[in-house]
Design a protein around this ligand. Sequence first.
Ligand code: SF4
Ligand code: SF4
Length: 69
Amino acid sequence: MKIMAVYIDQELCKSCKICINTCPKNVYAITHKVNKKGYNYVEAVREADCIACHKCEISCPDFVIHIEK
Ligand code: SF4
Ligand code: SF4
């Protein structure tokens, strides 16, 4: 069973990379996939490493990320 879940509203992501630079567990990476706004959005490529510190959720300027425990 998954303990942590990282939800990303990819259509809202503006590819600013703040979450990538904030996450202490290196969970995020920019993908080559493009959303409707034309930005390469992030994915939680190492979601299993998430410790639910919520730093990404708090620091994303566009409220893209939601962490659920
Ligand atoms: S901080 Fe938010 S807007 Fe910026 S790259 Fe991460 S998810 Fe996208
Ligand atoms: S909650 Fe913390 S460990 Fe998990 S993805 Fe966000 S910044 Fe990284």
